[in-house]
Design a binder for this molecule. Structure first.
Ligand code: ADP
Length: 240
């Protein structure tokens, strides 16, 4: 993916949530957005996904200008989302949750949609649960179903906002391993506090604090960054 930012501003009332002067990233495959709570990570992800609208400035994703985008539909065909909670339809089965969008929005034939869905459910290791209702799944299985639902329409950029923070450690691990295995399938941007996971998962990091990008670079460099604030954050999160 490519991301280009110029003077990007997003405020909520009087409060500045994002104020990024300039950023130019090219050829990134997996991007981790990290930093302290309230720093603006989610807001930045929402701007990237057109869920929130910037006040001003320029934000380009894969050469598409997002600020003031007139027809986000075409862009959103390329983008999938996974949130902290799975947001699946509880009264539908896993297979129905994954196919509903394909059948009703993309007008795919039911058998074709199911075949495609099964292929993806197999990739994330939950094919055997395809006929279960969501409440019969573990949190980790539900989150893996949510990942499939986000990708099955052909998204080539997946955005994930703390997808494991509501899960028990073992289930979180399951989802993190799934994401690591899915790295070849699509570009991904993830907001996460799981730095050990990010180290294995992401090519590149953005450290966001007080609405600004305090540092960015190849993922492994986060752990060598000499900025005191960043070192302090990394030490706390990794419990050093
Ligand atoms: P992070 O994801 O790093 O925890 P957020 O992007 O959620 O940070 O928040 C950045 C700042 O914007 C915080 O001060 C937060 O309180 C504020 N904020 C986020 N969303 C809203 C909202 N919908 N309304 C008002 N303020 C918000």
């Amino acid at each position: 993916m490519n991301i280009k930012i110029q003077n990007l501003i997003k405020t909520y009332g009087a409060e500045s949530a994002i104020h990024i002067d300039t950023l130019h990233l090219e050829g990134i495959h997996t991007l981790a957005i990290v930093g302290p709570s309230g720093g603006g990570k989610s807001t930045l992800l929402k701007l990237l996904g057109t869920i929130e609208e910037a006040d001003s400035g320029s934000l380009q994703v894969n050469s598409i200008e997002i600020v003031g985008i007139k027809d986000p539909k075409a862009y959103l065909h390329e983008v999938g989302f996974v949130f902290q909670h799975d947001n699946l339809f509880p009264n539908l089965t896993v297979l129905q949750n994954v196919t509903i969008h394909l059948i009703y929005t993309y007008h795919m034939r039911e058998e074709e949609a199911q075949a495609l869905a099964r292929k993806w459910l197999d990739k994330v290791g939950i094919l055997e649960h395809q006929d279960k209702k969501v409440h019969q799944l573990s949190g980790g299985q539900a989150q893996r179903a949510a990942i499939v639902r986000a990708l099955v329409t052909g998204a080539n950029l997946l955005m994930l906002d703390e997808p494991t923070s509501a899960l028990d450690p073992e289930l979180a691990y399951e989802v993190m391993m799934t994401l690591i295995h899915m790295k070849e399938e699509t570009d991904m941007i993830i907001v996460t506090h799981e730095l050990n996971f990010a180290k294995r998962f992401a090519d590149y990091y953005l450290f966001v604090e007080e609405g600004k990008i305090l540092a960015h670079g190849p993922m492994e460099e986060l752990f060598k960054n000499e900025n005191e604030r960043i070192q302090d954050f990394v030490n706390k999160i990794t419990f050093k």
